[in-house]
Design a protein around this ligand. Structure first.
Ligand SMILES: O=C(O)[C@H](O)[C@@H](O)[C@H](O)[C@H](O)COP(=O)(O)O
Length: 223
């Protein structure tokens, strides 16, 4: 694991947007298209604000979420809504969006369909992950109902997940998909998450799910 500490959040967000744009460009020089998976939540918005105007061939970039909260797309907690408002705009509006949501009562009703569209995107070219102070990443939460299955190396690419720490059902990429990404960045802020990250390095993914990706990840932190 590589840990990069920044003087402040703004510099970190700008630097990460630049790094990711550079990695996407490199990937597009070598391949016809690149898959780019991003988290929702409160942290990545400023990265999206910078990245959406990056000068690259977005028409060959496939953007997807690492996980989604099972709420309609216009709900304030929808990660899809965050992407549509802050990433898939400006130059990045030319990207192909690969959805992790379809209107349905539960994720189980549409997971097979969604999995079929996700499968061809593997392995993910560039993966950006967030982390909660409880050491969850994507929607791999400690104590989640199907965490052990999602950590298994034979897990399907996409799973529904319910957890005490998550107010609504989730759908999430599973550990084998996250671990097979060609480039992995984790972005975290604040002292509490830094301490959680340090602790997770010595814990098993069953207790600290972020641990499943740490060995090959570049972690970006600012106060
Ligand atoms: O939908 C989500 O909640 C995310 O994809 C999730 O994995 C997120 O990255 C962490 O919960 C951190 O969230 P914050 O950035 O809001 O702290």
């Amino acid at each position: 694991m590589e840990f990069i500490e920044y003087p402040d959040r703004e510099m970190m967000m700008i630097d990460l947007a630049n790094r990711i744009a550079g990695e996407l460009n490199t990937c597009l020089r070598q391949h016809d298209w690149a898959s780019f998976a991003v988290p929702g939540g409160t942290t990545p918005g400023p990265i999206f604000d910078d990245l959406c105007s990056a000068d690259l061939d977005w028409s060959r970039v496939h953007v997807m979420l690492t996980d989604e909260r099972w709420v309609p797309e216009d709900h304030e907690r929808s990660n899809t809504r965050l992407l549509r408002e802050r990433l898939l705009i400006d130059r990045a509006s030319a990207a192909t969006y690969v959805p992790l949501y379809k209107p349905a009562e539960t994720p189980e009703e549409v997971i097979d369909e969604l999995s079929e569209t996700i499968r061809p995107e593997m392995p993910i070219s560039i993966l950006l992950l967030g982390m909660g102070a409880d050491m969850h990443t994507a929607s791999l939460f400690p104590g989640a109902d199907r965490l052990a299955d999602a950590l298994d190396r034979n897990a399907p690419p996409l799973m529904a997940m319910r957890a005490p720490g998550a107010p609504e059902p989730r759908i999430t990429l599973t550990a084998p998909v996250l671990r097979s990404a060609m480039s992995t960045h984790v972005v975290i802020t604040g002292a509490e998450k830094r301490a959680a990250l340090e602790a997770a390095r010595h814990m098993k993914p069953a207790e600290a799910p972020i641990a499943t990706v740490l060995s090959d990840a570049m972690v970006h932190w600012a106060e």
